[in-house]
Design a binder for this molecule. Structure first.
Ligand SMILES: NC(=O)c1ccc[n+]([C@@H]2O[C@H](COP(=O)([O-])OP(=O)(O)OC[C@H]3O[C@@H](n4cnc5c(N)ncnc54)[C@H](OP(=O)(O)O)[C@@H]3O)[C@@H](O)[C@H]2O)c1
Length: 298
C-alpha cells in the first residue's frame, strides 16, 4: 500500500508529471476510468446556449482543451483553437465539423509571443470578435527536487504555463475592450493552492496563473470583462496518464485522494468552463473554481 506522502507526490505529478511517454501510451488502454463515466457527447446544436459566440481555446489538440472545444461547438459556438501538433489539430477540427460544429485550428506555441498574437488576431480577423477565451495550454513537470532541477526545465514549464497565459490575456483583452466585453477562463490546478514535493515548476507556474487571474479580474471588472479560472485535480487526459506512468501508479489509487473517489472526466471540466463562460456566472469574476471533487476542502 502506498504511503500518504508518496501518493501525494504522485498526485502532484498526476495533476502533472513527465517522463515515460511511451510507457504511458502502453498503459492507456489498461487504465479505463470506469467510475461514473460521463454522458456521450451531444451532437452539435446550432441553436445551443452558445450560438453566435466565438470561443478561443489554447491547447485543444488533446485533453481538457479538446473536450471543451467539442462541448462549446456542440452548443452552437464557433471555436478557434491552437496547439503545436498539427495532425491532431486537423483531426479535432474535422471531428467537430463531422458532428455539425464549427471549428478552426491554427498552429501556435503559447511560449512564442508572435504565435499568440497571430492566433488571437486571426480569430478576430476571421470571426470578428472573441466572446470567450479559455487559456488552457499547459505541460507537466518531470518529478525532481528543486536542487536537481535544470534551469531549462524550470523555464520551459514556467514559460508554457504562466507566460503562455500572460501572453494570451495580453492579446485577448484589447479585442475584448474594443468589442465592449468578454469572458476569460484560465486553467489553474489543485497545484495553484497547495504545494506538492517534486513539481516546483508546475506548482509555481500554476500559482502564477491564479495570481494573474485575480489581478486581471480587478483591472477589467468595470469594463465588462470577467476573468476567472478553474482548478482541476486529477482529470483523465494524456497528461494525467503520462504522470501515472511516471509514478508507476493507477487511477484507482489516485482517486482515493479525492473526496469524490474518482478521476474526473475532461467533459466535466468542459461543462464547468461553460458555466463560468455563461451568463449564469454574470456576477462572478476573480474566482478560481474548485473542480477537484472536494480536494481543496479537505
Ligand atoms: N489532467 C489533469 O489532471 C489536470 C489537472 C490540473 C490542471 N490541468 C491543466 O489542464 C490543462 C490541460 O491539460 P490536459 O490535462 O488536458 O493535458 P494534455 O492532454 O497534455 O493537453 C495539453 C494541451 O496543451 C497544449 N500545449 C502544451 N504546450 C503548448 C504550447 N507550448 N503551445 C500551445 N499549446 C500547448 C497541448 O497541445 P500540443 O502538445 O499540440 O502543443 C495540448 O493540447 C493544463 O494547463 C494542465 O496543467 C490538468
Amino acid at each position: 500500500m502506498m504511503s500518504d506522502v508518496s501518493r501525494r507526490q504522485m498526485l502532484t505529478t498526476g495533476a502533472i508529471g513527465v517522463a515515460g511517454f511511451a510507457a504511458a501510451i502502453a498503459t492507456q488502454t489498461a487504465q479505463a476510468n470506469t467510475q461514473n463515466p460521463p454522458e456521450p457527447q451531444a451532437s452539435a446544436n446550432s441553436n445551443g446556449r452558445f450560438a453566435g459566440k466565438v470561443v478561443l481555446i489554447t491547447g485543444a489538440t488533446s485533453g481538457i482543451g479538446e473536450a471543451t472545444a467539442r462541448a462549446f461547438a456542440a452548443e452552437g459556438a464557433t471555436v478557434h483553437f491552437c496547439g503545436r501538433r498539427e495532425t491532431l489539430g486537423a483531426q479535432v477540427t474535422q471531428s467537430i465539423r463531422d458532428s455539425g460544429g464549427n471549428a478552426t485550428y491554427q498552429r501556435a506555441d503559447v511560449r512564442v509571443e508572435e504565435d499568440v498574437k497571430s492566433f488571437v488576431d486571426t480569430c478576430v480577423a476571421q470571426y470578428g470578435k472573441i466572446d470567450i477565451a479559455f487559456n488552457n495550454a499547459g505541460i507537466e513537470s518531470s518529478p525532481s527536487t528543486v536542487a536537481d532541477r535544470s534551469l531549462e526545465d524550470w523555464m520551459d514549464v514556467i514559460t508554457t504555463n504562466a507566460t503562455g497565459v500572460f501572453l494570451s490575456m495580453k492579446y485577448e483583452i484589447p479585442h475584448m475592450l474594443r468589442q465592449g466585453g468578454g469572458v476569460i477562463v484560465n486553467n489553474t490546478s489543485v497545484s495553484s493552492h497547495v504545494g506538492f514535493a517534486t513539481i516546483a515548476p508546475y506548482s509555481a507556474s500554476k500559482h502564477a496563473v491564479l495570481s494573474l487571474t485575480k489581478v486581471a479580474a480587478l483591472e477589467y471588472a468595470d469594463r465588462n470583462i470577467r476573468v476567472n479560472s478553474i482548478a482541476p485535480g486529477a482529470v483523465d487526459t494524456p497528461m494525467l496518464r503520462r504522470a501515472l506512468a511516471a509514478w508507476n501508479t493507477d487511477f484507482e489509487t489516485v482517486s482515493q485522494d479525492f473526496p469524490i473517489k474518482r478521476i474526473v472526466m475532461p467533459e466535466e471540466i468542459a461543462r464547468s468552463v461553460m458555466f463560468l463562460s455563461s451568463d449564469d456566472a454574470s456576477c462572478i469574476t476573480g474566482m478560481d473554481l474548485d473542480a477537484t471533487g472536494g480536494y481543496l476542502t479537505k
